[in-house]
Design a protein around this ligand. Structure first.
Ligand code: MV4
Length: 445
């Protein structure tokens, strides 16, 4: 087992990893930028190394500085968390070259799943349902027209190096195709340095339901059931829940088995998430695979009483998984609390937190890195806390979320607490009747 893990991240996920390491008796090293000198992950790690100035590119993304920090502190593993370098194949490779265990996917796996068209081709070979569409990358506009004609409009054009909606275009009829082709490729080239595009039949009003999986070094995988992440704004998840209100026992069995089949086919090691699009007939299709721990992992932990960070560390240390699958025994909801103003188009609201009263009580979990007096830096993403409630039923979990949000006092900055509080009263949300289109018609009162 590792003796010392360097956490190559910041914020609430760095705190989350420190907590499990301490419970496992593993020493921790935090890295921080000059803007994070007063952050909790610096305070609660056993050691902390300043790796550069505020900007991420000069600190949390600076591979030589992170490797140097691991070497001078003699860390035997690095946990990348999510975002930053968590799905950076070069970083995974450099860790391996320095004899430092990367607690994440191999460089080959990151590249394989990072190329969306090739990931889809792999899943198809594995026998996982995929959306009908092009056979890989489109060769030309002519090819795009041919494929669109064959699968029938509306179609979705996607950047193979993309993900999260960048370089994606919904096309409803042929005369829109050329403009979409040009603009999507330009956007993909600018964002990813790769303008490869592929095409799929457009799934109308889909739900985003993802399956958590864990694979080990013996090639075995298990699934930990689903998370419904359909409530998103501009491809940013706002709230997630498990079980999905749209799930049935039969669908969970089919999606869980498909996810395990995929993970075992690619011999996936570690924690991973297979994202599916689910249509109104409960047909499900592979969308993307994430080779990292996800922001929303706590709701899964809550309903099956499991520590996903601990499993990541154990699998990385070569300890085999039990192989059993896990099914939700409770209901859990996560609300992402961001330093943004929901009454002003969710624009960022950095600044000093003057009052911070955390909600608590039975069934309330708050994963956060902020505190009264903390100055929220403008350099990083705006999430300041994840408020998670867990109860026997969805209705009770919603009720608990409302009570916890009412108790949650944050002054000095604007937050999305009022948005979440209104969401919990929204009739369609309460009825579990929502798709990825939900936020398009949501208005703050
Ligand atoms: C789709 C789709 C409909 N049909 N693919 C959004 C980002 C990336 N994960 C893929 N996405 C979508 N792919 C087909 N063939 C609709 C979306 C989509 C979406 C998916 C999940 C969660 C939120 C979304 C918001 C807009 C579009």
């Amino acid at each position: 087992m590792f003796k010392k893990i360097l956490i190559a991240n910041r914020g609430e996920i760095a705190m989350r990893i420190i907590r499990t390491c301490r419970e496992m008796g593993i020493k921790t090293v935090s890295v921080y930028s000059t803007a994070d000198r007063d952050s909790l992950h610096v305070r609660f790690a056993d050691e902390a190394v300043c790796i550069g100035p505020a900007s991420s590119s000069e600190s949390y993304l600076k591979i030589p500085n992170i490797i140097a920090a691991a070497e001078i502190t003699n860390a035997d593993a690095i946990h990348p968390g999510y975002g930053f370098l968590s799905e950076n194949a070069k970083f995974s490779k450099i860790c391996a070259e320095h004899g430092i265990k990367f607690i994440g996917a191999s460089p080959e796996m990151i590249d394989k799943m990072g190329d969306k068209a090739s990931a889809k081709a792999t899943m198809k070979k594995a026998g996982v349902p995929t959306v009908p569409g092009s056979d890989g990358i489109l060769d030309s506009l002519e090819d795009a027209k041919k494929v669109a004609k064959k699968i029938g409009y509306p179609v979705m054009m996607k950047a193979t190096a993309g993900g999260g909606g960048k370089g994606m275009r919904a096309i409803w009829k042929e005369d829109e195709l050329e403009k979409a082709w040009e603009s999507a490729r330009k956007e993909a080239a600018a964002a990813f340095g790769n303008d490869g595009m592929y095409m799929e039949k457009l799934i109308e009003e889909p739900r985003h339901i993802e399956i958590q999986i864990v694979g080990d070094s013996t090639g075995k995988a298990c699934h930990l059931s689903e998370r419904d992440c359909s409530i998103q704004r501009r491809h940013q998840k706002l709230t997630e829940e498990t079980p999905s209100p749209f799930m049935t026992d039969e669908l969970r069995e089919k999606m869980g088995n498909a996810a395990v089949k995929a993970a075992e086919f690619i011999k996936y090691e570690g924690a991973g998430t297979i994202e599916f699009l689910v249509d109104k007939h409960r047909n499900f299709y592979f969308m993307e695979m994430n080779t990292r721990i996800q922001v929303e992992h706590p709701i899964t932990e809550q309903v099956i009483d499991y520590d996903l960070i601990r499993e990541q560390i154990k699998v990385a240390a070569g300890i085999p998984i039990s192989g059993r699958h896990y099914f939700p025994k409770l209901h859990s909801i996560e609300c992402r609390i961001n330093a943004e103003d929901p009454y002003n188009d969710f624009r960022p609201s950095p600044g000093k937190i003057t009052t911070f009263h955390a909600p608590g009580g039975h069934g309330v979990r708050l994963d956060t890195n902020v505190y009264a007096g903390y100055m929220i830096p403008p350099y990083y993403d705006s999430m300041i806390a994840k408020l998670i409630t867990t109860a026997q039923t969805r209705e009770e979990a919603i009720n608990k979320m409302k009570r916890a949000l009412d108790e949650f006092i944050v002054e000095g900055i604007k937050t999305t607490i009022p948005f979440h509080r209104q969401l919990m009263d929204h009739p369609d949300y309460v009825a579990g009747n929502y798709t990825t289109k939900f936020m398009e018609s949501f208005e703050m009162k």
